[in-house]
Design a protein around this ligand. Structure first.
Ligand code: AMP
Length: 526
């Protein structure tokens, strides 16, 4: 479904278009009309399905910019999620002048927050503890709140916020709308829904039975900043004649095409903003081999009649299982071999697991090819070609030249062959190695490494301090940080495997609550 069909305020539509969203994700298509209509809803959706927009857009659409009182409260489990959610909502509100959105979370100076709140904030995105704090201080007035959103409700309950959430909900005025989003629907969530929601619409993206073509599927856990580097390596390694690369937004398509061109690839982009003549030109180039890599959005790819590509790359994990099947179905047709590769960042691994479960398919994890792997593969290809020449060509003249040359010099024919091989390998432009260290089983969830930090409750450290330090020092997004278990004298925190070394390194010089800490991979037994 297009965003045009969702009856959005033209200013919000303009912002969404500018963000490069091409079509509404399934949860958005279903939740937005219900929420705009003012009804309560329960949305079962994970991170990465576009749920922030699913509640953020209706919330903004229903807010009144002329009324300077607090109108909407979004509750998130962590301060990182609160900040992220506020950032995303501000993008949707770009053209809605007069709407003020404020994240409020523990750890931040409360008097500063109080000052900001006084300046006429209509939307707050907060962590439950801090919101309660403000309610008790009477610095948040709920009389005019018309909408409450519980984001990642299951996560908030896991973190022990049930009581806080209920207190907040009890503080709401009689007339208000409640949207509850959760990846899972355990009993306590249903209880909260039963007690505080009014005849909610239950939205679960229903999925069709999907058949996945029998092709090899792999995934790679990557650092988001290294995505295009990893893609280049995979392309170098597998050297597909034609590749189709999928991105989730139009903007990403444009950026990636520029990046790939900069690296010397023949790439072109395809998305809904192109005119028919431009599309024709791109497709023509792909068909006649001028372009080897076509980068496209889901919508744009649907309209093209290229059926057989050697490799499909999911540069972004698709927002829906069905897209995955559509995407990879572009390869491996008519009994030919095809391969599909997916780049996964941090907790996106859960979406991939969903896809595997739902599509009953196996996507195998592979290490990111190292510089060595690529060198070997490139060399193999050249040597294979050379073998063909030895078998099929008359090399007499060449052998004579070499003999003469080697006679006069002091090196072997093997050295000469190695030098010629090196010349054929091209520039060694890949220098940096990204092989992620394997920390073995630390007892963490899949894709994560569990780290031990020698500081805990006794030192008056809070979960937010740990999260802030780990994310802040290593520069990774806070939402990528996994479970944090705190004990009296120590804490365990899970981080994505590809970040673990960075975090350990970064924490060497870091302080938490003024104390230097020691961070190391946990033992499984711990
Ligand atoms: P969320 O599930 O809200 O955390 O969203 C995950 C990511 O998908 C965010 O970076 C969003 O900006 C992006 N996103 C949300 N909706 C869409 C859409 N309809 N098309 C493309 N990207 C989207």
């Amino acid at each position: 479904m297009n965003f045009e069909e969702l009856c959005l305020d033209p200013r919000i539509l303009k912002a969404v278009t500018e963000m490069g969203f091409e079509q509404a994700s399934p949860i958005q298509a279903q939740a937005i009309p219900v929420a705009i209509d003012g009804r309560d809803l329960i949305g079962q959706a994970q991170t990465g399905t576009g749920k922030t927009a699913a509640f953020g857009i209706p919330l903004l659409q229903r807010a009144d910019p002329h009324n300077k009182k607090l109108q909407a409260v979004v509750l998130c489990p962590t301060r990182e999620l609160a900040i992220q959610c506020a950032d995303e909502m501000r993008k949707f509100a770009k053209f809605l002048h007069g709407i003020k959105i404020l994240p409020i979370y523990g750890g931040q100076d409360i008097s500063k927050q109080i000052r900001s709140l006084k300046g006429g904030t209509q939307v707050i995105i907060g962590t439950p503890g801090r919101v309660i704090d403000h309610i008790n201080r009477h610095t948040l007035k709920m009389q005019n709140v018309g909408m409450v959103v519980l984001d990642e409700a299951d996560e908030m309950l896991n973190m022990g916020f049930r009581e806080d959430i209920e207190t907040i909900l009890q503080n709401m005025p009689e007339e208000h709308q409640t949207l509850l989003f959760s990846a899972t629907m355990p009993k306590p969530i249903m209880e909260i829904a039963g007690n505080y929601l009014n005849n909610p619409e239950i939205i679960k993206v229903v999925k069709k039975e999907l058949t996945v073509p029998k092709i090899e599927q792999y995934y790679y856990e990557v650092n988001p900043r290294k995505k295009s580097e990893v893609l280049s390596r995979l392309i170098d390694m597998y050297d597909p004649e034609l590749s189709l690369v999928f991105c989730n937004t139009k903007r990403k398509v444009d950026e990636l095409v520029e990046d790939l061109k900069g690296r010397g690839y023949f790439a072109a982009g395809l998305h809904g903003d192109l005119k028919q003549s431009q599309r024709d030109r791109v497709m023509g180039g792909f068909r006649n081999g001028r372009t080897d890599i076509l980068v496209a959005t889901d919508v744009a790819a649907r309209g093209i009649d290229i059926d057989d590509v050697e490799a499909v790359f999911n540069y972004d994990v698709p927002q829906d299982d069905e897209y995955y099947v559509h995407r990879i179905g572009r390869t491996g047709r008519a009994g030919r071999t095809g391969r599909a590769f997916t780049l996964v960042v941090g907790r996106e691994i859960y979406k991939l697991k969903d896809i595997q479960r739902y599509c009953k398919t196996k996507i195998k994890r592979q290490p990111i090819p190292s510089v060595n792997d690529i060198t070997e593969i490139k060399a193999d290809k050249i040597l294979e070609k050379a073998s063909g020449i030895i078998e099929n060509e008359n090399l007499g003249k060449m052998v004579d030249i070499l003999e003469e040359h080697l006679d006069e010099r002091d090196y072997s024919s093997l050295e000469m062959a190695a030098a010629l091989l090196m010349m054929h390998m091209g520039e060694g432009e890949i220098t940096e190695d990204m092989k992620t260290e394997d920390f073995g089983d630390t007892g963490a969830e899949p894709g994560m490494v569990r780290l031990f930090i020698n500081i805990g409750k006794k030192q008056k450290v809070r979960i937010g301090d740990i999260l802030g330090a780990v994310a802040g020092e290593s520069g990774m997004e806070g939402k990528l940080v996994g479970a944090i278990d705190m004990y009296d004298k120590y804490t365990f925190v899970e981080v994505p495997r590809e970040y673990a070394s960075d975090v350990i390194d970064a924490m060497k010089d870091a302080k938490i609550k003024g104390k230097s800490v020691n961070v190391e991979p946990a033992n499984k037994k711990d």
